[in-house]
Every structure is written in C-alpha cells, then in structure tokens.
Design a protein around this ligand. Structure first.
Ligand code: PLP
Length: 398
C-alpha cells in the first residue's frame, strides 16, 4: 500500500499537519526571521505574529487575557512547567492528587516527586474508564498543593468532569491549584477555562493538525509558578528561550482551523467512529468495547479482542495499510499492558489484544468501510494460529 493510500487511524498519537498551517508557518522561517525581542522592523513583524498567535490561543482556550497564555515546546513541557512551577512556590505543602490513568509525562513526574517526599494519591477509574470523583473529593485536604487531572484520556477518549472537579477542590481548599492536561481534548471538544476554576491547563499543537514541538500552558491571572527554564525574559519570565515564531504561528493557525469547524467536524467524526465501532462489534464475536465512558471525545475508540495479541493485529493492519495503536507500551524490552486498561480492570484475556483507533477530520467513510471489511479477516487469521483456538470458537458473525 502506498503512503498516499494509508488509512491513518492513530490521530491520538499525532496528526497530519494541515497544509494551511504549513503555509502560515513558512514566511517565518525565511523572510520574517527576526527575533521578537529585537527593536527593528523585522523583529516587529515576528513580535506581532507571536502577539496575534497568543490572542488566538487565548480564544481557543476561552481564557480572559492573552497574558495567561505561555508558549512551551510540547504537552509534556506544559505539564512539567505547571506541576513543578506550582510545587516550587508551595514548598510546605507535600500532597498531590492525580488519576491512575494520566499520561506518562504526568505519572512519571509524580513517581520522581514521591522520591522527594511528596505524597501522591492516584484516583481510580471504573470499568467504563470514568473517574471516581467522590474518591477524589475525599482526598483533598489542607496540605493538598495540587490536583492534576487530564481532560480526555488518550487511550479510551474518556472525558473527565474537570469543571466539576475544580469546583469541588476549590470548595474544600481554595488554595489548592488545579492543573488539567488537555492535550487530548483541545481541538476535539470545546475548551473554555473561563467557565471553570481551573488554574493551569496544557495543550500540544501536534494533536490538532499543528506541528510537533510546540505547546501552550494556560496560567490563570494571579497564579504564581516558578519557571522551568531560566534565562532571558521571554514569556514574562515564565519560560526563557527565544520564541519559536514559525511553530507558534503554526499552532495558532491550527487552533483557528479547529475552532472554525469544531461542531460540524465533531458530528461527522463521531458518526464515523460509531460506524467503525458498530461494524467491528457486529462482525467479530470476540471483540469487546473497552471505551464505554459516559462522555468520550468523538474521535476515539478502544476495542479488545479476546485471546489475540495486539501487536500482531497491528502488524497485520499495517500490512493492509491501516495505522492504529495498541494499548501497550514497549518498556525495557517487555510488552507491558496499558496502565489505563489495567486501571479499568480490563480482563487479562483481552488486555493484550486491545487496539485504539483514533480518527481525525481527514478520516473518510471509505477509510472506515475498508477497516471494517479488513479487520475481521485479520482477526480470523490470527485466531486460527492462536493457542486459545478452543476458547475462541467461531470468530465471525456471518
Ligand atoms: N498528555 C496526553 C494526554 C497525551 O496524550 C500526550 C501525548 O500523547 C501528552 C500529554 C504529551 O504531549 P507531547 O507529545 O506534546 O509532549
């Protein structure tokens, strides 16, 4: 299959950069190469581009003031800046609350912080992937410096009630800061920080058809954070380093495009996702829907195939020109089942055979039809060589 015919269903890993985004970025690599901090006209053009981009991201996140938007290099940097930035200025408080299903850029940071005297409570999810908000509420106390909860889960698409969580946290302890990792929400569902009590919220451009290597952090006016990168006075002293002008412009263009068509696209993508889910579940007897949360981002599904190895499914899908992803991450040479699916209690029989399909505005009906036609044959083929043939029995619904 040629790369042009690829069916790309791994948009939660990264997305194709929109051509209009590339077009918007190009001048800032060549003729408009000024450093935004210099004082001549060339620099003013770059400076204005950064200023306009900040306004756009302010609108994208529903912030009050563009001063609340800080440019970073990625979602991981946004999370690290928020978390370390808050804790550095609240050294007496040593308690943090997060969820068991956060992205590794958050979870691995908390593992580090635990080694330095922090107590971290990891809140669980139920079998649908929904967060136990009651448990979270019980954990908030006088010593809680930070509550950090993702907006949408990258593996299941489950949307967490971050507005409600921020309200609960602030009711119990107004001084506790709330950080939301919105990397998988921005561009997929409307985000409006002003309607919430969230203090910090991170995004990453490459998840919504912008370039890789650029992100943003919303820092509510009055919220103090220590900088992660110290140096010049860029980003109001909160993040040193010459601004990455072409990428900042690219992220703003991607945000603008996402805002333009959000509602229509959400409906279209959700319909395709539902067709994919229904098609797979109706045709393949050993398929189980893992992602059944009350609210889900419209582009994501996660399906387990009993007794079949996920990596094998992915390899066969790749041969058929379809890109998807398994819940497992390759750690130190061993295939670890997904921490998200484990937290949901997905049974061992389908834990290793779970596949995430994530769509985008480029996904077509043909892509979905082809996937629904192709996957059953792959599963049937793998079932025939599975050591669990007896348990599997008949694979396809005819
Ligand atoms: N948070 C979530 C929920 C993600 O899915 C990702 C990336 O997959 C990140 C954070 C990290 O973003 P980045 O790759 O821009 O560092």
């Amino acid at each position: 299959m040629s790369l042009n015919n690829l069916i790309y269903l791994d948009n939660n890993a990264t997305t194709k950069v929109d051509e209009k985004v590339v077009e918007a970025m190009l001048p800032y690599f060549s003729e408009e190469y000024g450093n935004p901090s210099s004082i001549y006209d060339l620099a003013h053009t770059a400076n204005s581009a950064v200023r306009r981009s900040r306004e756009t991201i302010k609108e994208f996140l529903g912030a009050k003031d563009s001063k609340e938007i800080l440019f970073t290099s990625c979602g991981s940097e946004s999370a690290n800046t928020a978390i370390k930035g808050v804790l550095e200025l609240n050294k007496t408080k040593k308690h943090i609350i997060t969820s068991k299903v956060e992205h590794p850029c958050v979870l691995n940071l908390y593992k580090e912080l635990e080694k330095h005297g922090y107590k971290v409570d990891y809140i669980g999810v139920d079998s649908s992937g929904d967060l136990d908000v009651q448990e979270l509420a019980k954990k908030v106390g006088k010593d809680t410096a930070l509550v950090s909860i993702m907006y949408a889960n990258n593996e299941t698409g489950a949307i967490f009630p971050v507005k409600e969580i921020a309200d609960i946290v602030k009711d119990i302890n107004p001084e506790t800061k709330v950080f939301v990792d919105a990397v998988q929400a921005a561009g997929k569902i409307p985000v409006n920080v002003q309607e919430t009590k969230i203090d910090l919220l991170g995004i990453s451009a490459h998840k919504f058809h912008g370039p890789k290597g650029i992100g943003a952090l919303y820092v509510k006016s009055g919220t103090m954070i220590a900088p992660l990168i110290v140096g010049g006075h860029q980003e109001r002293g909160k993040r040193a380093g010459t601004e990455n002008v072409p990428y900042i412009v690219g992220m703003a263009k991607a945000a603008e495009l996402a805002m333009e068509n959000l509602d229509d696209e959400l409906c279209r993508v959700k319909k395709l996702r539902d067709t994919l889910e229904e098609g797979i579940l109706s045709k393949i007897k050993n398929a189980r829907l893992n992602a059944t949360a009350k609210n889900r981002v419209p582009n994501t599904t996660n399906i387990g195939f009993l007794y079949i190895e996920g990596e094998l499914i992915l390899l066969h899908l790749n041969d058929a020109g379809i890109c998807a992803s398994s819940g497992s991450a390759c750690t130190s040479g061993s295939l670890e089942p997904s921490h998200v699916l484990r937290a949901m209690g997905v049974p061992f029989t389908s834990l290793h055979g779970s596949i995430r399909f994530s769509l985008s505005r480029y996904t077509t009906e043909e892509d979905i039809n082809y996937t629904v036609q192709t996957l059953p044959h792959i599963i049937e083929k793998l079932a025939r060589i599975s050591p669990f043939q007896k348990e599997l029995g008949e694979i396809l619904n005819h």
